[in-house]
Design a protein around this ligand. Sequence first.
Ligand code: ACO
Length: 161
Amino acid sequence: MTEVKVEKLKEFNQEILERLVEIYMRGYEGMREYGGEGEGYAKRYLRWCWNKAKDGFFIAKLGDEIAGFIVCDNDWYSKYEGRTVGAIHEFVVDKRFQGHGIGHKLMEKCLDYLRKYNDRIELWVGEKNEGAMRFYEEHSFRKVGQSGIWVRMVKDVHDKG
Ligand code: ACO
């Protein structure tokens, strides 16, 4: 596979939004209940992500093509923690490219970024999304609770200085 590069998303235009929606829709194929009700939802949600966490919106590129992305928010008020923590709002790799280590590269970038600002990271994952939960456990996230169909996972991080 061509070399994967992870970089910060610099601008959020219509063409990029459409590519991100495509990755998102394809990524959640077979898990519709966790990916919203369709493209309209995906567009609104990804715009919300961009507005909330521009600085931590990372993409993986294979040549010129965006292959996946992760949205890392260093200023998320968690009502479960009662304080501000880091959060991963969204994380998807194009179905065609899953299982080749792109997710791990995106996660490393995200952790390096968030540990500069936060000592804890929170995320929510669908209760039947075994693959993603296994992935997060490999990165030392642990399950700490559940609300409806969503499982809350957290990881403690430390700035390397
Ligand atoms: N079956 C088995 N293992 C899986 C699966 C699956 N369907 N999905 C993920 N994994 C895990 C395995 O533990 C595997 O571990 P290994 O490295 O020891 O083999 C690892 O993921 C694979 O690592 P990568 O190849 O680096 O991961 P990938 O590029 O496939 O990206 C991701 C992982 C983002 C979870 C991808 O599978 C995906 O897009 N899934 C659909 C969307 C999704 O569920 N996103 C997370 C939702 S929660 C949130 O966004 C906060």
